[in-house]
Design a protein around this ligand. Sequence first.
Ligand SMILES: NC(=O)c1ccc[n+]([C@@H]2O[C@H](COP(=O)([O-])OP(=O)(O)OC[C@H]3O[C@@H](n4cnc5c(N)ncnc54)[C@H](O)[C@@H]3O)[C@@H](O)[C@H]2O)c1
Length: 280
Amino acid sequence: MTGRVEGKVAFITGAARGQGRSHAIRLAEEGADIIAVDICEDVPITGYPGATDADLAITVKNVEALGRRIVALKADVRDYDALNTALDDGVDQLGHVDIVSANAAIFVSGKPAHEFTEDEWQDVIDVNQTGVWHTCKAAIPHLIEQGAGGSIIITSSSAGHKGPPNIVSYSSSKHAVIGMMRTLALELAQYMIRVNTVHPTGVSTGMLLNDHTFKLFMPDVENPTDVQFGQLLLGMNALPIPWIDPVDVSNAVLFLASDEARYVTGLELKVDAGWTIKVP
Ligand SMILES: NC(=O)c1ccc[n+]([C@@H]2O[C@H](COP(=O)([O-])OP(=O)(O)OC[C@H]3O[C@@H](n4cnc5c(N)ncnc54)[C@H](O)[C@@H]3O)[C@@H](O)[C@H]2O)c1
């Protein structure tokens, strides 16, 4: 039996851990080779630890264990030239690129909009919005030149559909990439290149489950844990779960990447356990 993305190559940003790693593994399970990019550094403005070289090495090991090829490179999505060079290197080694997962992002939270510093605004916009544009800008010429269509999947968020308090730069960036997706979907339709967004609710990754976030949400608890944090989040989704797992998003990405979605473009695909339909 052939896989659902057999013979395709996927370019994934933020692939060292969390959802990006899960996308790499899930797509590899279904027959794709992977070009994996990550900054592999702390991004201090976030307050939580970033991914590491060792994390990216685990992604490589997992993909190779599935018998697929992977080119893993360090690059910052804010640096267009570095990202473009990394993608070119990956395409040189793997032959082509068919799937783009613009997944890398950072999260800053904890204060109302008027109290955000310039950096807390700008760093998030630079990574989450400009970084997505850089990812698409680097990949699109390859997709057009190859003449075989393609699928671009931009990771937005439930915070791209609603504007929760205290995350102004994050929610702004996640709304912005929906506009980017719509423009790209129209520009690229003539080439059979599809562009869609995915919108997860909270996901069990280092972005959500970290001491910094626990303390922000539970300032009065001495050593807050993920179990206590889970209790707090339980009521937020319509389905009675605190968060979803990375693979739940990967399955949505896989569908959009595959030919099963060959006429799906301009879609905002929610994987949000009903968070955005919840009536308070
Ligand atoms: N975790 C959640 O609750 C949640 C919910 C909704 C949407 N999202 C979105 O899902 C996507 C994946 O996040 P995650 O949950 O896996 O978080 P994560 O922090 O575990 O992973 C993000 C990855 O992006 C990388 N990265 C950060 N800045 C980068 C840069 N400048 N250049 C290259 N790589 C960079 C990090 O090193 C990390 O490996 C993000 O777009 C995020 O906004 C997350």
